[in-house]
Ligand binder design. Structure first.
Ligand code: ADP
Ligand code: MG
Length: 376
């Protein structure tokens, strides 16, 4: 059993003034990783992911807050006594040792017997399908194999908690997706608590039971992959999760014989119906943003019935991926991206009528960046 809980954790690197809140590499983060959970921490480069992970591992001092495993505070416990293993992006293997010796190293330090070590190495090698390469040195292995050795070295000790810091970033795209499947399998196989850091939202979405989204040292949202996608709680998460990214438009809610969202350029007027929820009514006349995913804007010509267009815009680019198509439109200074199923191609330069799927629109407070209609 291993439940990791963070309560009001902050990190101020030496040299930064405590009073200056913007200098916190990690700023007041609280969450609990459940026993056997695969928790992903995602955010752009420099947002504090490694700092947070290193504090959990004990490699970095915790400036404020409480870190506990299974309810026991471990802020001041030495890394070696935390029963935590960490896997890094750059493998950190011993180059002069064979794969076998790399994996056995930690157990030898702990004075395991030769037969115990052999049994553990063989078991781990089997789990990771590495039996064939046990006699080889790291430099003769592919990137994927090296990372598997690094993972093997971590799991062989059967620690309570695994920490991964961008372990797949050095691998090419195909290998990354293969390793994602293997990591899922590994998690099911060894049933341990895992905390996995990445800047890659696809990796986060496919691996995590839950995902913590970080930005500038702060926790933006902690939720399941689907909830992050469908119910982002703020502008940052809405824009960070999903590819191509969500479309954002600035404008006003107006009421003339029914409610409308009117883009600030007035080139686009989305009918919202005869009434809107009270939370939105409060924004009537105020500048706000809407967000809508590329699959929730529709070319009117793709629909058989006579739908009413919200606007007519010019196609500025078109990409055909085979399984889907992306159509780019310009709306004043914005680019709108629409994702559609394979159909006839679209000519760049032509004008098209488009429609927004009204109940998929999210509304964002312009000042706070918070989503207004999450609980409407
Ligand atoms: P990430 O892993 O998300 O890319 P890091 O945790 O490495 O982010 O860094 C978060 C912030 O803390 C960055 O602004 C970085 O420059 C700063 N930082 C990281 N390590 C140190 C350090 N040892 N001393 C001072 N500042 C650091
Ligand atoms: Mg990092």
């Amino acid at each position: 059993m291993a439940e990791v809980s963070l309560e009001h954790i902050s990190k101020i690197y030496p040299g930064n003034k405590k009073e200056d809140r913007t200098s916190k590499a990690i700023d007041d983060i609280s969450f609990t990783v459940h026993d056997k959970e695969f928790m992903v921490i995602v955010g752009p480069s420099g947002c504090g992911k490694s700092t947070l992970l290193r504090m959990i591992a004990g490699l970095e001092e915790i400036s404020e807050g409480t870190l506990a495993i299974d309810g026991k505070k471990i802020n001041d416990l030495a890394p070696s006594n935390r029963d935590i293993a960490m896997v890094f992006q750059n493998y950190a293997l011993y180059p002069h040792m064979t794969v076998y010796d790399n994996m056995a190293f930690g157990l030898r330090l702990k004075h395991f017997s030769k037969s115990q070590i052999k049994e553990s190495v063989m078991q781990t090698a089997q789990l990771l399908e590495m039996e064939e390469v046990l006699d080889r040195k790291p430099k003769t292995l592919s990137g994927g194999q090296r990372q598997r050795v690094a993972i093997g070295r971590a799991i062989i000790r059967r620690p309570k908690v695994f920490l991964f810091d961008e372990p797949l970033s050095n691998l090419d795209a195909k290998l990354r997706s293969q390793m994602r499947i293997e990591l899922q399998k590994l998690h099911r196989g060894i049933n341990a608590t895992m905390i996995y850091v990445t800047h890659d939202q696809t990796e986060a979405m496919t691996l995590g039971n839950r995902i913590a989204v970080l930005n500038k040292g702060k926790l933006m949202q902690l939720d399941t992959p689907l909830n992050l996608y469908n119910k982002p709680s703020n502008r940052f998460v809405a824009g960070f999760i999903g590819s191509p990214t969500m479309n954002f438009l600035k404008g006003h809610i107006k009421n003339h014989d029914g409610y409308y969202f009117v883009h600030e350029s007035e080139q686009c007027k989305i009918s919202l119906g005869p009434t809107v929820p009270p939370a939105l009514k409060n924004y009537t006349g105020e500048l706000l943003q809407i967000g809508i995913r590329p699959e929730h804007i529709i070319l009117c010509e793709d629909e058989s019935n006579d739908t009413i267009a919200d606007c007519t815009l010019q196609v500025t680019a078109y990409e055909n991926m085979g399984n889907e198509q992306l159509v780019y439109f310009s709306l004043a200074n914005n680019t709108l991206i629409i994702r559609r199923r394979p159909r006839d191609s679209v000519d760049v330069g032509t004008e098209k009528e488009i429609r927004f799927v009204r109940d998929k629109i999210i509304y964002i407070d312009e000042k706070s960046g918070e989503v207004i209609n999450n609980d409407l």
